[in-house]
Design a protein around this ligand. Structure first.
Ligand code: CP
Length: 346
């Protein structure tokens, strides 16, 4: 299977076999992290990381990943370039993408929340770069999807329900397990990318999926339709509930996270304060020990950063069934695998 040069914008656009290849290599890289088999795979190669928004995990893990593969990850931000925007003259995406392709071997882009005028604009931009680039374009989280997070989630859940970290992450152990993706109140007005990716990858790998949120916090209808299709193809169930407790019954993986409502963008503006005020009206939407007690000894998962005390209580987030740090660590391993396969000297 040749993944060299392939863009990664959403896991739904990759074949199952391709995703499994990433997970297999990531597990090997995790088990034997500094093996000479990997340390030159990106020798002399650069990965450009173009960040419109801040990050802890994504930037650090991509930088470490490039270092561990013998390459270099270079941080870029819009103010360091002279790009054309809706309101300013400057360089087009066509020109910037084609020039960057002459220097580096891969381009990562993060664009979401307040850096876009409407839902979907980040996805359009990343696809415009992918169209003009002759190197692979990797989403480092945009308004619609967060594929590296989805793969790290799946790897972590597979480890917890399989043999453990360092063993091949066999996602078949998740078949028939119940994934609860539940909205939570919070003060951060977050994008839909991580939860949408989790719905897609969980359903793709045969999990029963329950999505819970208060009325008015609908996700992208196209993602909901894909999740339904994925579940149907696997003979599994998909349901949506609007109750803060009901979805926990029998769950194996609980993913509790805030996301903004579809009214978050209006007339080209991100109404962050309005979204925060709206979300804080639902304090009962928090993952706590009482709700976790209704599950089938579920693990707690979250892509981080966590809004503790809003999205989840401390005792659950830091408890014995929390996989948050394993998933965060897996960002490093899956991104090493993605870079090795799409831009490396394998
Ligand atoms: N999960 C995630 O992408 O974290 P950062 O926003 O810190 O990169």
């Amino acid at each position: 299977m040749d993944l060299y040069g392939k863009d990664l914008i959403c896991t739904q656009e990759w074949e199952i076999e391709e995703l499994v290849e990433v997970l297999d290599l990531a597990a090997k890289m995790k088990r034997d992290r500094f093996s000479p088999d990997w340390t030159s795979l990106l020798a002399h190669k650069t990965f450009f990381m173009f960040f419109y928004n801040p990050s802890v995990r994504t930037r650090q893990s991509f930088e470490c990943a490039a270092t561990e593969l013998g390459g270099h990850a270079q941080f870029l931000e819009p103010k360091a370039m002279r790009l054309k925007t809706a309101t300013t003259a400057g360089e087009t995406v066509e020109d910037a993408a084609q020039v960057m392709s002459r220097y580096a071997h891969g381009l990562g882009i993060r664009i979401l929340e307040d850096k876009i005028p409407y839902y979907g604009a980040g996805d359009e931009l990343i696809r415009e770069y992918a169209y003009w680039c002759t190197i692979p374009v990797i989403s480092m989280a945009h308004d619609k999807f967060h594929p590296c997070q989805g793969l790290a989630d799946l790897m972590g859940w597979s480890e917890w329900y399989g043999k453990g970290p360092g063993y091949p992450a066999d996602p078949s152990v998740l078949y028939g397990k119940k994934l609860l993706v539940t909205w939570a109140h919070g003060a951060l007005a977050r994008s839909w990318c991580s939860v949408q990716e989790a719905l897609l990858i969980g359903s793709r790998f045969g999990m029963d999926v329950t999505l819970a949120y208060p009325e008015g916090f609908d996700l992208d209808p196209e993602v909901i339709a894909w999740t339904e299709e994925n579940c149907a193809e696997n003979g599994r169930t998909f349901e949506i509930v609007h109750d803060p407790v009901a979805g926990y019954a029998g769950a194996h993986v609980v993913y509790s996270r805030h996301w903004m409502s579809p009214e978050a963008y209006k007339d080209g503006e991100f109404l962050k304060q309005q979204e925060i005020e709206k979300a804080l009206r639902y304090p009962q939407w928090i993952c706590d020990a009482e709700k976790m007690a209704r599950t089938d000894n579920a693990i707690f998962t979250h892509p981080m950063p966590i809004d503790r005390g809003h999205e989840v209580t401390d005792d659950v987030a830091s408890g014995p069934r929390s996989c948050i740090y394993d998933v965060a660590e897996n960002r490093l391993h899956v991104q090493k695998a993605i870079m090795a396969l799409t831009m490396g000297n394998l």
